[in-house]
Design a protein around this ligand. Sequence first.
Ligand code: RFL
Ligand code: PHB
Length: 394
Amino acid sequence: MRTQVGIIGAGPAGLLLSHLLHLRGIESVVLEARSRGEIESTIRAGVLEQGTMDLLNEAGLGARMQAEGAVHHGFELAFEGQRRRIALTELTGHSITVYAQHEVIKDLVAARVAAYGALKFGVTDVSLHNFDDAPGSTRPSVRYRHEGFEHELECDFIIGCDGSQGVARGSMPQAVRHDYQRIYPFGWFGILVEAPPSAHELIYARHDRGFALISTRSPNVQRMYFQCDPKDSVDAWSDDRIWSELHARVDTLDGWQITEGRIFQKNIVGMRSFVSTPMQAGKLFLAGDAAHIVPPTGAKGMNLAVSDVRVLTAALQAFYEEGASDKLDRYTETALKRVWRAEHFSWWMTRMLHKLDDTSPFEQRLQVAELEHVTTSRAAATALAENYVGSVAV
Ligand code: RFL
Ligand code: PHB
């Protein structure tokens, strides 16, 4: 089997890339390890930057997002028993949309299926071959097993969109690879709750007991997180214990409280910052979580995956339409500018809002001083807001 672009992984990066290439008349095949049901139900991100929304709209994928997503013009920072608003739209002219990642995935899969796009679920034993640029080498290929048979997919380019646990990054030549990493000594306990929203906008809370985040999914379903030990067990947290922890961290001194409801999903995720460079070697390119991870505090991960794909699509289009490879050659350099901006912002938000292992009373006061600053100085609030909505210059 042959195609122009072989894509590994049907997350937001792989599916969107395949769809954008299709709109430009470029053929691709997407190979995914999990089933359609699994990828369409895994609960992950919630916040889309305006640039992400615009791209999904331009690609004809925005109908359900516009009908069911919620546009937010600000969010709140809670600390010292009060809540202060960051007026995103007033400060930047941009907004964000809360629309679950698995809903984006459903929209993308539906679009690929409607266009008869080649999308294979449940593949195993994926391996990458011949992607180095050595003179005389044969075409790149991806070998895999599907429905009991061995297959080989020949292509011009291989794009690794297979997330943080995939095979593509490990196939990059070790001699050129450099990884940068920070693992945080805490995780997030996430819950889905059947309840009306506690507030109109998202609330990021800093408390001496640890961080908490009140987000939303729909008028009837809310998403909440609180900082926990990454090795903690979901079973150690009864509903009562969860609610008392969230009340302690988020409720304000004026008597406002978060709204409780029936908890129907609980999970714990670890937190790390990670960048692997370069993001390309010969005919192999990485996009999204395959190349970089951010802690979710800045809501950047999926948005970064989308921004990699935007850069890669333009580069592949220039290659196929004009025979120009300069954009492909500069892919790592171009993509990494936004990646490192988001890495810094996500690390900075994480550090400002979480209880760190070495947080002394001195550092606790510094966190509060920083929160006071970003919520009172228009210049500081604007810098935060530009980073959050993704309009910051890079
Ligand atoms: P994905 O989504 O991990 O998709 C990779 C796909 O590749 C498949 N795969 C393979 N397929 C074939 N062969 C193999 N060998 C394979 N190995 C893996 C996998 O099954 C999977 O389907 O990567 P992608 O596309 O790069 O997308 C990245 C985003 O999913 C991720 O960055 C976000 O979820 C991060 N994130 C958030 N991002 C935001 O922009 N806004 C948010 O509000 C936000 N909140 C979050 C988040 C991530 C969270 N967790 C779970 C860490 C909140 C949380 C709690
Ligand atoms: C979410 O709704 O899942 C969410 C929102 C904001 C974040 C992270 C996750 O920063």
